[in-house]
Design a protein around this ligand. Structure first.
Ligand SMILES: *Cc1c(COP(=O)(O)O)cnc(C)c1O
Length: 384
């Protein structure tokens, strides 16, 4: 079905792309090929599979689905989002330079700052929302611009198309971590990115039951190199994890729609609440980049950050008293979560450019009924 993919809508691709009925049994769902190795007809003849670090049919189906959803030619699935980002960065050699957004995911910042710099890769951390600052950071040895949009937890946006143009004019790759938007809300390859990366642990898996990552791209040479690197290094997802991710993808489109619809109503509720000082949500017209959000994203997504008048003490009270919103790290699952970035997800970056307001609250809005979610927040806010 890959030849027809361009004609199909995301909702249809999510259900069908990459999935062939099993030729042996007719099984509608992709079998979990729980095998490490494959019988060969001859020393030089095999059926396309030799060893499961190199390839596994369940993983192949997942990769075809991911490529179709991002409108890319190739996809590689990894054992985690961090493994995908690490593999991508192996395209960069010691002595080369990377420009990274200055409020990327904490684990990404840690990989760049604490590990890869030690291997001789140079990094500059800039506000990728500031095109002039980004251009000023370009050096003769710059190979890659790396960004997230929207960012975590401040939900700042970057104009992918504008940066894509700038990067292309300097012969620099653009990599976009599309975890927060998912391919349903935003497709960076179509806006000029060279690589799209996901933590499929989040919206793509969608059920908080599997850790995974992916890279999607169009360039054959870069794909061949990444495929070589992945096989040589070995950060592959198992067949069970590939199956769970593929199953999650079936409902990705309707989940993203519901996450976004619920989040829009909750953001409005919070904005009207007297205990709330500030709401940050790309789908709210008070967001400083609302126009860019309208242009670049199909909907606002499921993540909201907000600051309470009562600061950190008030934030702790609210986070400890929600009942439907579970106090937990991570995001993107069907169930609603609440967390305080400063003492939780962003504790390891307290003294870095990524440090956040100690009173900041981040919620991952699930797909429950929005009235139940609003009532839960209402009673928790009442504790302050
Ligand atoms: C979670 C996350 C990652 C890391 O992915 P893992 O699957 O946890 O390794 C990278 N980027 C973003 C934006 C994330 O939210």
């Amino acid at each position: 079905m890959s030849s027809k993919n361009e004609d199909l809508q995301p909702e249809t691709l999510a259900v069908h792309a990459g999935v062939e009925h099993d030729p042996l049994t007719g099984a509608v769902m992709t079998p979990i090929y729980q095998t490490s190795t494959y019988a060969q007809d001859d020393v030089a003849v095999h059926k396309g599979y030799e060893y499961s670090r190199t390839d596994n049919p369940t993983r192949t189906a997942l990769q075809s689905s991911l490529a179709a959803l991002e409108h890319g030619r190739y996809a590689l699935a990894y054992s985690s989002g961090m493994a995908a980002i690490d593999n991508l960065l192996r395209l960069i050699k010691p002595g080369e330079h990377v420009i990274s957004g200055n409020d990327v995911y904490g684990g990404t910042f840690r990989l760049f700052d604490k590990i890869l710099q030690g291997y001789g890769i140079e990094f500059s951390f800039v506000d990728t929302g500031d095109l002039a600052a980004l251009e000023a950071a370009i050096q003769p040895n710059t190979r890659l611009v790396w960004l997230e949009t929207p960012t975590n937890p401040m939900l700042r946006l970057t104009d992918i198309e504008a940066i894509g143009r700038l990067a292309k004019s300097h012969g620099i790759w653009l990599g976009v971590d599309n975890t927060f938007a998912s391919p349903i809300l935003q497709r960076p390859l179509e806006l000029g990115a060279d690589f799209v990366v996901h933590s499929t642990t989040k919206y793509i898996g969608g059920h908080s039951d599997v850790v995974g990552g992916a890279i999607i791209l169009n360039d054959k040479e870069a794909y061949d190199r990444l495929k070589f690197l992945q096989n040589a290094i070995g950060a592959v997802p198992g067949p069970q994890d590939s199956f769970l991710t593929l199953r999650g993808i079936k409902t990705l489109a309707i989940r993203m729609e519901r996450h976004s619809q619920n989040a829009e109503k909750i953001a409005q509720f919070l904005a009207d609440h007297p205990a709330v000082a500030q709401v940050i949500y790309p789908g709210l017209d008070t967001h400083p980049q609302y126009e860019l959000a309208q242009k670049q994203m199909k909907m606002g997504g499921g993540m909201i950050s907000f600051i309470l008048h009562g600061g950190e003490a008030a934030a702790r009270l609210v986070a400890n008293h929600t009942q439907l919103f579970t106090l937990a790290e991570s995001l993107g699952g069907v169930e609603s979560l609440i967390e305080l970035p400063a003492p939780m997800t962003h504790a390891s970056v307290a003294d870095s450019p990524l440090a956040v307001d100690p009173g900041l609250v981040r919620i991952s809005v699930g797909i429950e009924h929005v009235e139940d979610l609003i009532n839960d927040l209402k009673q928790a806010l009442h504790r302050i």
